[in-house]
Design a protein around this ligand. Structure first.
Ligand code: PGA
Length: 252
């Protein structure tokens, strides 16, 4: 059995100014600077990435929440991969359900962003997940399978092994109503099987798959106990320093 290092990523969404990001860093650095055994990431708005990289301990990586797939060009308002890497950004969330729902993100643009990020050495955190109607219709496996296959199109085996997938059932995001750990593990096991079908068992054994949706310090332990869940992507529960620290320590 492959050992996969757990990864906890905060997703701040559209929260925090630069001053607030600095304050957050000052509050978590001391506690987390020597933490090992878990990869720690904070995915923040573009406007605070530089200040966050400067003020956070080196033990905590910085991620963005979106990226464009072009090298550069006439794309008003967009941000290219190399603009992120220059700031020391190492991760990027791609295809979050809010971006799919409100900003016309499709399986095709998600895939182009994944490929462009990998080329630039940015690690994608690719989000997949079903909505409530799809779940109730019994389509969960088919939905996450389609999204996973599309996202990984054109990625080599090595690239696929290096990236992170976040399984986030849409009905669990920001609702306080998380999936049960057992249900989340079942879907994540299916995603891992899809990766095995696309590549091989070794790649499936290496790829890290997180759960996301109403994770907090009180329930992180339940998810981490599951064999296929390699960490969490956390929105609301990542905003307060004490809660972020609680999530990290909850990994054990
Ligand atoms: P939540 O958000 O933790 O606030 O439910 C998760 C996410 O959207 O990544």
């Amino acid at each position: 059995m492959q050992h996969r290092k757990p990864i906890i990523a905060g997703n701040w969404k559209m929260h925090k100014t630069a001053a607030e990001a600095k304050e957050f860093a000052a509050s978590v650095n001391q506690e987390l600077k020597n933490k090992t055994g878990v990869e720690m990431v904070v995915c923040a708005p573009f406007t605070v990435l530089a200040v966050l990289r400067e003020s956070l301990s080196d033990s905590i990586a910085v991620g963005a929440q979106n990226v464009h797939f072009a090298e550069e060009g006439a794309y008003t308002g967009e941000i290219a991969p190399r603009m992120l890497t220059e700031l020391g950004v190492r991760y990027v969330i791609i295809g979050h359900s809010e971006r799919r729902a409100y900003f016309n993100e499709t399986d095709e643009t998600v895939n182009r962003k994944v490929v462009a990020s990998l080329v630039h050495g940015l690690t994608p955190i690719v989000c997949v997940g079903e909505d409530l109607t799809q779940r109730e219709a019994g389509d969960t496996f088919a939905i996450v399978e389609g999204q996973t296959r599309a996202a990984l199109t054109g990625a080599t085996k090595e690239q696929a092994a290096s990236l992170v997938i976040a399984y986030e059932p849409i009905w669990a995001i920001g609702t306080g109503k998380s999936s049960t750990a057992e249900d989340a593990n079942e879907v994540i096991r299916h995603i891992r099987q899809v990766v095995a079908d696309l590549y091989d068992q070794a790649t499936a054994g290496q790829i890290r798959i997180q759960y996301g949706g109403s994770v907090k310090p009180e329930n992180i332990g339940d998810f981490m106990e599951q064999p296929d869940i390699d960490g969490a992507l956390v929105g609301g529960g990542s905003l307060q320093p004490a809660s972020y620290i609680g999530l990290i320590h909850g990994v054990k």
